[in-house]
Design a protein around this ligand. Structure first.
Ligand code: GLA
Length: 384
């Protein structure tokens, strides 16, 4: 049934207009673990995401329900908003409401129903999709499509960092808020300036490969990597006695100053990965998909050996993909430690590719993977 009809069943009939929105998940084509190091990333929105339906109420309450999770949340706009474990997914919405209020927006009471087809915790940014969706819907109710999308991205990141307590960078929320169909976003994460890069994959498809390996300890490992990068930067700054803002401003020459082996490897990944993003953009602009595919493999290897965030399942699925006819590149995407990888596959070989990789990956890991062929889509938007 159409989500608007379900909405009427759940909340009852209303004279107010009922709006229908979509907020996508994302993949990152290349530029991994770069957004908190001030360099370039190249993400795009995908065709899986979260749908939201909203209509206004005549009181000061925001009601939130999901067809995917049991928790229902009611927020009184006149009261203080606090994180509560039992509110589950609703905490993302509560964080958005809290910060919009703090920023001075006079929000209106409304009913919201959401439903998604994005696997949770699979590294496709389901939480960014949710934060940006709720933020967009609430801002839309007071300013229609005049929403400032850079603000929306920063709002989502603030919720993630300050309300949920995950110390992530800006990439996910930025792409969910600003993405454009058939384009990747080349985002400068230091200045938040960006360029849309046409991404027509002539004859090739992007296949998302979900290892279905739970991302255990993902956030503590993530925070540890951030710390290691900060330490590496400190070491270089001290040795050169220069004021350097971030690791992406350093060169491979600067690695000579780092004696700690772990920090050396982390910094090497960051510096080379940032360079690969620029190379990747040039290759895409020249329609050199084979060259682009090779960079994906180099990126995966750097994340495997130097940044050490891949793990057995991601390495296996990427290895199996690369062995399979028609695949010209593959790499993990997102934070790593489980979750998803992407592969660039000849369009007419996709069916066969999925069958083979699925079978071989299951054989090696005993886990059944999932595959989604994706197009590159728009960011959050009103559907009707
Ligand atoms: C997660 C974070 C992003 C980014 C990636 C790694 O998705 O939310 O900010 O750091 O990991 O590139």
């Amino acid at each position: 049934m159409d989500l608007k009809n379900v909405f009427i069943k759940v909340y009852g009939k209303t004279k107010e207009p009922i709006y229908h929105f979509f907020s996508p998940g994302r993949i990152n084509l290349i530029g991994e673990h770069i957004d908190y190091n001030g360099g370039y990333v190249l993400p795009g929105a995908i065709n899986l995401g979260i749908y939201g339906v909203m209509s206004l109420r005549d009181d000061e309450k925001i009601h939130l329900k999901s067809l995917d999770f049991p928790n229902e949340v009611e927020v009184d706009l006149g009261k203080d908003i606090k994180y509560k474990n039992e509110d589950g997914w609703g905490n993302y919405a509560k964080g958005v409401i809290k910060f919009l209020k703090e920023d001075g927006y006079s929000l209106k009471g409304c009913n919201i129903l959401i439903q998604g087809n994005l696997p949770n915790g699979a590294g496709l940014s389901s939480s960014a999709a949710l934060e940006v969706l709720i933020g967009y819907m609430l801002l839309f109710s007071i300013m229609q499509d005049e929403v400032d999308r850079k603000y929306l991205a920063l709002l989502g990141q603030r919720v993630e960092n300050k309300f949920i307590g995950v110390n992530s960078g800006i990439m996910d929320q930025f792409v969910v808020a600003n993405a454009k169909k058939d384009h990747a976003i080349l985002l400068n994460t230091q200045h938040l300036s960006y360029e849309y890069i046409p991404c027509f994959l002539n004859g090739y498809s992007l296949v998302i490969m979900n290892t279905n390996k739970r991302r255990e300890l993902a956030s503590s490992n993530y925070n540890q990597r951030r710390q290691e990068c900060e330490n590496a930067l400190e070491t270089i700054k001290k040795a050169k006695n220069e004021n350097i803002n971030n690791l992406c401003q350093c060169t491979l020459d600067d690695l000579q100053y780092i004696k700690n082996e772990v920090e050396y490897k982390r910094a090497k990944h960051v510096i080379t990965e940032n360079q690969r993003v620029i190379k990747a953009v040039n290759l895409l602009k020249n329609n050199d998909l084979k060259g682009f595919g090779e960079l994906l493999v180099q990126s995966h290897n750097s994340l495997k050996y130097d940044y050490q965030v891949t793990g057995f399942e991601l390495d296996t699925i990427v290895e199996e993909a690369l062995k399979t006819y028609g695949c010209i590149g593959a790499r993990m995407t997102g934070a790593g430690f489980g979750g998803c990888a992407i592969a660039l596959v000849e369009k007419n070989k996709v069916g066969e590719f999925i069958e083979k990789v699925s079978k071989n990956y299951l054989n090696v890991t005993k886990i059944k993977p999932d595959f989604y062929e994706t197009s590159i889509e728009d960011g959050v938007k009103l559907l009707s």
